[in-house]
Design a protein. Structure first.
Length: 367
């Protein structure tokens, strides 16, 4: 099914990807080791081995985030070697089209993306959870707080039968079931869909217990009315403990296989699932993203093969990589703001860059 040339290019590209992965992983591990030692080591006494162990726990997710660069530079390195040995020129002179050359590279990139999404991502989420637990244990052992409960302001929007409730708080507790200084703003929707504030309730603390918010020292404010001290009261809610816990988890810490359940849980509770949907579609689009990175690398090498200089390949790779990266970050930022839908945000950049790479290769082939 696959000829000798196909297998040769596939293996050479695989070697290039492994080499790029080792180099880039070593660099990010070194940087993260320094950051971990500075961030944690200055607050608790840890050895260099413990700092290295913590850094290694973060490697899977860091590698996944840098995979487009790994694929891009791996392809550039592979074709640079082929060019230096004149193999690329011989292939073209022997009648092999650019399409036959890029096919094994694109397939390998897609397979790499699939393995990353299906296997590396769950491993990264699990190792990141272990990192958090290990860090917490280190701080607790020194009688300090890691700051895990200092999650910053909390914003929740819960859908109700007559409208919705906006829940804000200074922070979410470490138990993921309590809120500090919460404010509940209950809105009623008119027939035209216009919201009207019905009442506002403040409290010192709110704890989630079996379908109710247990409020401590609650005070109710009605529009145009006087404040009424309610004391300790319970408010019904659709927000479950799991949904509140998942709200505290960053999308990057949720594995690919868990994301659909987390998204459905947030929707059922009336909470925003936008960040998790962006992560879900980003993981689904990763195989195409890596294909786009590979095509950009091939397009650059086919145009630069006559120049043969390492500097030209390096500049081409860095330029293509950063354009690809910042384009994807821009689209994801628009998606996070709600300006575009999560599928549009996640799939636009890889699709456009894949098409651009194919167009450039086609132009080179015809030229």
């Amino acid at each position: 099914m696959f000829g000798r040339l196909w297998r040769y290019i596939f293996i050479q590209t695989l070697i290039g990807l492994i080499g790029a992965a080792l180099i880039i992983t070593a660099v990010i591990m070194l940087i993260d080791f320094v950051e971990t030692s500075r961030d944690i080591g200055t607050r608790v006494g840890i050895s260099a081995f413990q700092a290295l162990h913590l850094s290694m726990l973060k490697v899977p997710l860091l590698v996944q985030d840098t995979l487009p660069f790994i694929v891009l530079f791996g392809v550039l390195f592979t074709f640079f070697r082929l060019n230096r040995r004149s193999e690329l020129i011989v292939m073209r002179a022997s009648g092999y089209s650019a399409w036959r050359i890029l096919a094994p590279v694109a397939i390998l990139a897609a397979l790499t993306g699939a393995v990353s999404t299906l296997a590396l991502n769950p491993l990264g989420a699990a190792s990141n959870a272990r990192f958090e637990a290990t860090r917490e244990a280190l701080f607790e052992g020194e009688g300090q707080s890691s700051g895990a409960d200092q999650s910053g302001p909390v914003w929740l929007r819960e859908t109700t039968a007559t409208g919705y409730t906006m829940i804000t708080a200074q922070q979410q507790g470490a138990d993921d079931a309590s809120l500090t200084q919460p404010v509940f703003r209950q809105y009623v929707l008119s027939e035209t869909g216009a919201p009207t504030l019905d009442r506002r309730i403040t409290a010192d603390e709110a704890e989630l217990n079996g379908g109710f918010w247990s409020l401590l020292n609650a005070v109710e404010y009605a529009p145009g009315g006087q404040a009424v001290a309610l004391g300790d009261v319970a408010l019904p809610t659709n927000v479950g403990r799991q949904a509140l816990f998942e709200r505290a988890r960053s999308p990057g810490a949720v594995s690919f296989w868990q994301l659909p359940a987390v998204i459905n849980s947030a929707r059922d509770a009336g909470l925003s699932s936008l960040a998790y949907e962006l992560r879900w579609h980003g993981l689904l689009a990763q195989p195409l993203m890596l294909v786009a990175a590979a095509l950009m690398g091939i397009a650059a090498t086919l145009r630069l093969h006559r120049l043969g200089g390492a500097a030209a390949f390096a500049v081409a790779g860095a330029t293509a990589g950063f354009i690809l990266y910042f384009s994807q970050e821009l689209m994801l930022g628009l998606g996070a703001s709600g300006a575009i839908t999560p599928p549009t945000a996640a799939w636009t950049t890889p699709a456009l860059f894949s098409l651009a790479g194919l167009f450039f290769i086609a132009a080179t082939e015809d030229g």
